[in-house]
Design a protein around this ligand. Structure first.
Ligand code: C2E
Ligand code: MG
Ligand code: MG
Length: 626
């Protein structure tokens, strides 16, 4: 289902970040020392203009006319090295502002620039360490420059010292959080502090961090990590979460939260609140970004014999990571709970990805063919080619498992798609003497193939190469894959239709059905997803729904195919709702090429007789009823 849900989202996000990036100055290849950043705060705009003029040559100056904006700016962009502020300002004065910087950005050097000041207040602020210099307003430009230069030097010395200190005590230099080395020590410390209790470990992965880094740069990605860490820290202190001895760590691009916890249900509840609370819009390096995340939960329990609970910190970390990846890949929930099966699922996923990327993988794939039966003509109308992977070591792997994985990598998806197209066309030609000309070959097309933009060229090349008449080919594309980039899909599908290739909308009804787009797509077949057919069992509403879909399809001159027909008993019902074609186990399971030819020669006529019998019976019933 990945094709149906994940890509459209990611594409939108990528476009969004790329658009933001346009406003971003291109990076110079000559490495220049950036100017120190100075923030000037004063409610008198003339003073601000004067400060900017004097400092502008040597410093990167930002100006704001109130303390609240100074705080927002500092939170949104990288920290300032020096802040110069007026004392008397509405709402929040300069001393309160410098106190805020002292707590939230302790490396920033604060300079108070004022004409009238109460000496006692200033003395208190200086003694508390929030003010580095006091400048009497107005002062000479040289005096101002001296103070700011000295402030910048102090900033440099202090940050270096702090950095060294942080490294020495296993702290991450970006967030100030404990790092991976401290994680191991802290697990031991927590276990000692509450002997016998379990620890909950939650690994939080920030969505799209790599995408932000690629499109907006390292600074923006770092900013996003810092904002996420700050939000988590604020929740840890919140008594309503009831976390005992919580500690937050930064581990690579992820954050890891550890606390003493005896109930797995509570750990899940807390994590759900954390993830919800972390879903906000934030401003980072002047870009508005959506902060959202996924989480994986694991437990550490030195005394328990439960196989899902780890005994050592690093195994627990690996478990929580595996659970987190499981959540990222599942699209069902943002939170994964470690279980032995989640771990093995992740291992299998990686193993399949590794094998899929190897071009030799194609030596182990084959096609199965499933019949589609036209009710009105009571005959075979199409064969859908369905790919099968028989790995020599792993056995049979279903397309539902490996096709979405193949799609994660454009090259693999194209390689597989080209192989399927070529072999399906060749097989249909090989059956020319067995099957009548009316029988088409249906080939599934993935969203990734659609995104290449040259699908029509590849398909038409294949038809030319193999010699298959275009009318004998039907490409199947899911509605969400077609709609994800409508203009591109439309152009490619139109080109195929112009050359006589049939186009089917696959699995209709389960994606983001957008009727306005659907009406414009150049498709001539609508395949109704099997979930509608399975839900028919005498349910009047489902019947009405199907009837509606059929009329919609017919209004758009489409042939309607019912997928997943598992019982012949439903055939008359489907016919009465307006379905033109049926496909499913009741008609025939996907078969190898040899078996399909046998079925056609030996069993098709018998099958046609059963359908005719059902049709007769249902028309007798209808006639009687009327
Ligand atoms: P799909 O295109 O909707 O194919 C129909 C799927 O429904 C097939 O599963 C088929 O075996 C199954 N099916 C058919 N009749 C019944 C029935 O009566 N009951 C039930 N429960 N299932 C039925 P399969 O072969 O496992 O393929 C699953 C999906 O994998 C396909 O769904 C398609 O989206 C994808 N796929 C298969 N082959 C290819 C391929 O060559 N390329 C691409 N891109 N995707 C493929
Ligand atoms: Mg299909
Ligand atoms: Mg389908």
């Amino acid at each position: 289902m990945t094709e149906k849900t994940r890509y459209p989202d990611e594409r939108n996000r990528a476009t969004h970040y790329a658009t933001c990036q346009k406003a971003w100055a291109p990076e110079s290849h000559v490495l220049k020392e950036p100017k120190p950043r100075v923030l000037c705060v004063d409610d008198d705009l003339r003073v601000l203009a004067g400060l900017a003029r004097i400092l502008g040559a040597d410093f990167d100056v930002a100006t704001v006319d109130n303390a609240a904006d100074a705080i927002s700016l500092s939170e949104a962009s990288a920290s300032f090295e020096v802040v110069i502020t007026d004392l008397k300002m509405p709402n929040m004065d300069g001393i309160a502002l410098l106190r805020w910087f002292g707590i939230n950005s302790p490396d920033t050097c604060g300079i108070l620039y004022s004409g009238r000041a109460d000496l006692n207040t200033i003395a208190d602020a200086v003694n508390a360490g929030h003010i580095y210099r006091f400048l009497n307003k107005p002062c000479l430009p040289a005096e101002l420059l001296d103070a700011v230069r000295a402030g910048h030097e102090k900033y440099c010395t202090e940050t270096t010292t702090r950095l060294l200190l942080r490294q020495a005590i296993d702290e991450d230099t970006l967030t100030g959080l404990p790092d991976r080395r401290r994680f191991v020590k802290d697990v031991a410390r927590l276990i000692e502090s509450e002997p016998g209790s379990s620890l909950a470990l939650v690994v939080v992965s920030i969505d799209d961090i790599e995408l932000v880094r690629r499109t907006l740069g390292f600074g923006a990605a770092d900013g996003l990590i810092v904002q996420a860490a700050r939000r988590l820290q604020s929740f840890m202190r919140d008594p309503k979460f009831l976390m005992r001895h919580p500690v937050l760590f930064r581990i690579d691009d992820r954050l890891a939260l550890l606390w003493c916890e005896n109930s797995q249900a509570h750990a899940q509840e807390v994590t759900a609140h954390l993830i919800k609370g972390m879903t906000v819009d934030v401003v980072v390096a002047e870009h508005k970004l959506s902060l959202s995340s996924h989480a994986g939960i694991a437990t550490i329990d030195v005394v328990s014999t439960n196989s899902e609970s780890a005994k050592d910190p690093l195994t627990a970390l690996r478990n929580a990571e595996a659970a987190c990846l499981d959540a990222i890949n599942s699209s069902e929930s943002r939170i994964g709970l470690f279980s032995v099966s989640a771990h093995s699922r992740e291992r299998r996923r990686l193993e399949l990805l590794r094998r899929l990327r190897n071009p030799e993988f194609l030596e182990h794939v084959a096609l199965s063919f499933q019949p589609q039966w036209q009710l009105h003509g009571n005959r075979l109308i199409c064969l859908e080619a369905l790919v099968r992977w028989q790995d020599p070591e792993l056995g049979t792997i279903t397309p539902n498992e490996f096709v979405p994985l193949a799609e994660e990598h454009a090259e693999t998806a194209t390689r597989l798609g080209d192989w399927v197209m070529e072999n399906a066309c060749r097989q249909r030609l090989a059956w020319q003497s067995v099957l009548p000309d009316i029988v088409r070959m249906g080939v599934n097309i993935s969203a990734t193939q659609m995104r290449t933009g040259d699908l029509h060229e590849r398909v038409l090349d294949c038809l030319k190469r193999t010699g298959l008449p275009p009318e004998l080919l039907e490409v199947e594309i899911t509605e969400s894959a077609a709609i994800a980039d409508f203009t591109k899909s439309d152009a490619q599908l139109q080109a195929l239709r112009r050359h006589g290739v049939n186009v089917a909308i696959d699995d209709f009804g389960v994606g983001f059905s957008s009727l306005s787009y659907l009406a414009q797509l150049p498709a001539n077949t609508l395949k109704v997803d099997r979930s509608f057919i399975a839900g028919l069992n005498g349910d009047a509403r489902n019947l009405d729904l199907l009837r509606g879909i059929c009329s919609l399809g017919h209004a758009m001159q489409m042939t309607v195919v019912a997928e997943g027909v598992e019982s012949l008993a439903t055939v008359p019902v489907l016919e009465s709702t307006g379905c033109d074609v049926v496909q499913g186990y009741a008609i025939g399971r996907p078969m190898t090429s040899t078996r399909l030819a046998q079925w056609y020669r030996n069993e098709r006529n018998e099958f046609a007789r059963s359908i005719a019998g059902l049709q007769c019976e249902s028309s007798r019933v209808t006639a009687k009823a009327s």
